[in-house]
Design a protein around this ligand. Sequence first.
Ligand code: SF4
Length: 296
Amino acid sequence: MGEVCRICPKNCAVDREKHAGFCGVGSTSYVARCALHMWEEPFISGKNGSGTIFFCGCNLRCIFCQNHEISTCSAPDFAVPADAHRLCEMMLKLQGLGAHNINFVSPTPHVHLIADAVVLARKSGLFIPTVFNTNSYIETESLKRLDGLIDIYLADMKYSTGALAKMLSGAEDYPQKARAAIKEMYAQCGNMQLDADGMAVRGLVIRHLVLPGNVGETAKVLDIIAEDYPKDMYISLMSQYFPTHKANTLPPLDRPLLGREYARATNYALAIGFSNVLVQKMQSATPEYVPKWGVL
Ligand code: SF4
């Protein structure tokens, strides 16, 4: 990189060639999993699976992180270092396996590497869509680097309240930063477009994980989305919460989401007029759905 890193609002201003930033990522990016993945939204996973590439390190500290083994460690033993050429190879391998798309998971600290690798992969025959699967805690200037290179944004909108974002993810400015970032993603790609087979081609999906005891927060997040976007915006309301990592210490996050809580959240989304609301089965709220690391 050679310049100080300001990719995300943590604004570490470190030269990552010399030091890792808050996210734990220094000069080398590590990949913990490169494999077909069946558990994204149906128009992302399809019949064959989404071609996921899971990066290590993260710029948030969510106490309920389901991927904490790789988010809190930027270079675990089971991961491999990946430069642009290695990432390009991974993308072409996944395409060869029948992946419907290339899905970069936890990509924020690696945004420059991803941009270089996608350019290389397109020149080398990559023709399936690229997906930026993000917590949305990223500066809009960093996203501009991806304009024309990323086809689909799967963008979290975790919170609307700064105090909650601070308590659960260590980032009080998350609500306004994520809101601005998602607007940039929408400016680049628009709302989700599906092909004749119902698969995602291009566009934005806003994801929100409903948290136990926090349906009121979900309603506020949905209100913000309603202020910013048309009512046909694709919204994925996720029920897959289960207590893990440090969440067992903080009621009500020490229990799964209740069916009636999820029903209240989905009913609210429909009541305020959203027409493209994706819902999950409550059975997906188990550790079995956490990917196996070290699959490369
Ligand atoms: S990407 Fe990492 S090093 Fe860069 S500003 Fe964000 S947390 Fe800091």
